[in-house]
Design a protein around this ligand. Structure first.
Ligand code: MGD
Ligand code: MGD
Ligand code: MO
Length: 692
């Protein structure tokens, strides 16, 4: 069954991009251009390891797969007998993004076992909820069509660091005279290349979007015909927008009223205009409503009419994937407990009073010790001697250090997978370049082995080859798959979905939105059970879980941690911290790789000269960033790139490489945003002080 590998040699001589690929054009990013060195790194975990010292000590001994699987079975059987299967908690995210080995690879297994269901709302969950409520699961505009845009607004998005392959299309438009605007509290690399950087106070985006609407409507800049034919709820939205005149919005956002008017006028009149939504937009208590407001804008100005106009959230809605076959929601037992991944620390430390308590944790495709908020609690939980922790990893991460068993995971060069994309319209077949090193296995094989060990491996779910799984995972009858077959994918490696060409793709020129009304729902008919989490993000329960009702019209929700909303907290911790992606790491991946470490330098925190002077902090000095949740050390970067009151510490650095053994998630809270249980990484107050 472990037959998916037809390794063609050693990847020792390097990895190269394919220059014929229309989107990547053969370019590799700062993270992957020495990927082969990572694959062959002497630090890879290549054999199963069993803990040989106290938790977290890093002492391990090599064991065989048989032993490791036997131990897992014994421990899990015992836990199930005593506490029931929900005492076992799976924890995963997007270590690899393949359809077969990625987000949902363990779902069928854990659903069969009856384990606690993990709600995985790390990334874009709130944004998806809000977007779907407004536009439906629509692919949005083709990232390649950006070259035809005349006005590009990159909103909470930093493509020069986070989606480098999209940048050439934006640059091409810019060269052809398009204006590129960046709405971001930080003057990022991207903002520096833009024609206009609009620095906004974190978490106030909904107010700015509504302020733009206010101007667009009051100045008669709406596309009446588009609004009448292809939207619902315009009158109500117009009333709502009337509550956001530019002067009021300026006070909320910090963007001058004249700039709000200018942005609104230019956005409305320079068609086709497009908004690129970054992921950080969802990370505050009004994030969902901000996405609702932003997703409404293109319809108001008729941007959808033309190629290159509209909004881009995630192209992945275009991919016809049969998730249920991978996740097996039909195996979920009624009333199985659901835990959100933000609350890992609370769940493990007993703060949550769970019955049964969590007795075992299995982590794969994720590194919660670094990427999850409330880091102190997460670490306290991971340190529990009685918690049986299994981690599937490529490297000894901060999380794997706390495992009882570490199981070796293959890398992308060593495994077979079908890839959809968060950034373009190409379906890719990832064929292994080499055989797995040592005793590493792809995640799919890991779960086949676990199913066998636990006694249900005979099910056809685990008896298929990887190729068969890839075939089964795609809806080949979908019109977007017309003209694409496995042979093409095997020969060429990728194929563009049949969605039309970037030259012609204007899917909503005449409405056609996949919403209940078929129109843009300015007033959301789904608001009644509006705060839902997509099945994809919760082990596949196959219906939208009705959530709490939400306001059907977009509005501004203030953050919880500001001088106005929590003056006491703000008096102690006056600075608002953001922790965006770093340039050379991929979340925490590559955080241990020498080349990317050199590029990244030490963990730093950007601070405005005014705030630095008030604290007697000089550029390059060591500082401590802290609040009542935790603290971490960083090097001060005194810069005008951030406004007074805001500090920025990129995420991705490993605890093991920092002095305080803590990273920025030590100060971040585990509270939810307003929709889709998104995180609130843009709503945390801290103080920065010279290092004691
Ligand atoms: N180099 C690199 N590339 C990556 C990743 C990585 O870790 N490193 N991670 C990948 C992943 S998982 C993701 S999700 C994507 C994310 O890619 P992006 O969507 O670009 O996400 P971020 O860098 O988190 O945030 C983008 C910008 O949002 C700004 N921001 C923060 N809060 C707010 C706010 O309240 N309002 C506004 N308007 N802006 C705000 C930040 O300052 C930041 O510059 O990148 C992917 N690509
Ligand atoms: N403060 C702060 N926190 C954040 C964010 C932020 O912007 N700021 N961003 C959030 C977002 S958008 C995201 S997407 C999450 C990311 O959360 P994660 O996906 O948990 O983050 P990664 O650091 O990518 O960790 C993935 C781990 O999987 C391992 N891995 C890679 N491939 C495989 C494989 O094939 N098999 C197995 N078993 N393991 C593999 C890698 O070595 C790595 O340790 O972080 C979230 N956390
Ligand atoms: Mo993400």
């Amino acid at each position: 069954m472990f037959d998916d590998h037809h390794g063609r040699g050693r990847a020792g001589d390097g990895v190269r991009g394919n220059p014929d690929h229309p989107f990547t054009r053969g370019a590799l990013c700062a993270k992957t251009n020495d990927f082969h060195e990572k694959v062959h790194s002497p630090e890879r975990v290549l054999y199963p390891l069993r803990r040989a010292g106290r938790k977290g000590s890093g002492e391990f001994e090599r064991v065989g797969w048989e032993d490791a699987l036997g131990e897992i079975k014994d421990r899990w059987d015992g836990i199930v007998a005593e506490h029931g299967p929900t005492a076992i908690l799976p924890y995963s995210y997007l270590g690899t993004e393949g359809i077969l080995n990625g987000l949902n690879v363990g779902d069928a297994f854990f659903n069969k076992l009856g384990a606690t269901i993990t709600e995985r709302t790390f990334c874009d969950s709130g944004s998806c909820t809000a977007y779907i409520m407004t536009l439906g699961p629509a692919a949005g505009i083709d990232p390649e069509s950006f070259k035809y845009s005349r006005y590009i607004v990159l909103w909470a998005s930093n493509p020069l660091s986070t989606s480098i392959h999209h940048w050439p299309f934006i640059a091409e438009a810019q060269k052809n005279g398009a204006k590129v605007v960046v709405v971001d509290p930080v003057k990022t690399r991207t903002a520096k290349q833009a024609d206009w950087h609009v620095p906004i106070r974190p978490g106030t985006d909904a107010a700015l979007a509504l302020g733009m609407m206010n101007v667009i409507i009051s100045e008669g800049l709406i596309d009446r015909d588009y609004v009448e034919n292809y939207t619902v709820g315009y009158e109500e939205l117009a009333e709502r927008a009337a509550e956001y005149p530019p002067d009021l919005v300026a006070g909320i956002t910090g963007v001058p009223a004249d700039d709000i008017r200018k942005l609104a006028r230019e956005y409305a009149t320079q068609q086709p205009s497009v908004i690129r939504l970054g992921v950080a937009i969802e990370r505050h208590p009004g994030g969902g409503q901000a996405v609702r407001a932003l997703a409404s804008l293109p319809a108001l100005v008729g941007a959808w009419r033309r190629v290159g106009g509209g909004i881009l959230q995630l192209p992945l809605w275009a991919f016809p994937i049969k998730w249920d076959g991978l996740m097996r929601p039909d195996w979920i037992r009624p009333n199985t407990r659901v835990l959100n991944q933000w609350h890992l620390g609370r769940a493990l430390t007993g703060e949550m009073d769970l019955d049964p308590p969590i007795k075992s944790l299995m982590v794969y495709n994720s590194n919660p010790a670094v990427v999850a908020p409330e880091q102190r609690k997460v670490l306290a939980g991971l340190a529990r001697e009685d918690l049986f922790t299994v981690v599937s990893e490529q490297f000894m991460t901060d999380t794997a250090l706390h495992a009882d068993l570490v199981l070796p995971a293959a890398t992308q060069l060593e495994q077979y997978d079908m890839m959809f994309s968060w950034g373009h319209f190409y379906l890719s077949l990832n064929q292994p370049a080499i055989d797995p090193l040592g005793e590493a296995v792809p995640n799919r094989e890991l779960f086949r082995r676990l199913a066998e060990a636990m006694g249900f491996g005979d099910d056809p779910q685990w008896q298929r080859s990887a190729r068969r799984c890839a075939i089964d995972a795609i809806d080949w009858e979908s019109p977007v798959m017309e003209g694409i077959d496995m042979e093409t994918l095997e020969r060429q490696g990728y194929a563009r979905l049949n969605v039309g060409t970037p030259e012609t793709y204007a899917p909503h020129a005449e409405g056609n939105f996949p919403t209940p009304s078929g129109k843009v729902e300015l007033k959301a008919s789904m608001a009644e059970g509006g705060n839902f989490v997509l099945p994809l993000f919760r082990q596949g329960s196959n219906e939208f879980q009705a959530g709490e009702p939400i306001d059907p019209l977009p509005h501004y929700v203030p953050r919880r941690e500001t001088a106005e909303t929590d003056p006491q907290r703000a008096a102690r911790f006056p600075l608002s911290i953001l922790s965006p992606k770093s340039h050379a790491y991929l979340n925490s991946i590559y955080g241990n790789r020498p080349r990317q470490q050199r590029l990244s330098g030490d963990q730093f925190v950007m601070i405005n000269p005014e705030d630095a002077a008030a604290r007697d902090i000089g550029d390059g000095e060591d500082v401590r960033v802290h609040n009542d949740r935790g603290e971490f050390d960083a090097r001060a970067r005194v810069t005008d790139d951030v406004a007074p009151g805001v500090v920025v510490a990129p995420m991705g650095y490993w605890r093991t490489f920092t002095r305080t053994e803590a990273t920025v998630n030590a100060v971040n809270s585990g509270e939810y945003a307003d929709m889709g249980r998104a995180p609130t990484f843009s709503d945390n107050l801290v103080e920065v002080a010279r290092r004691p």
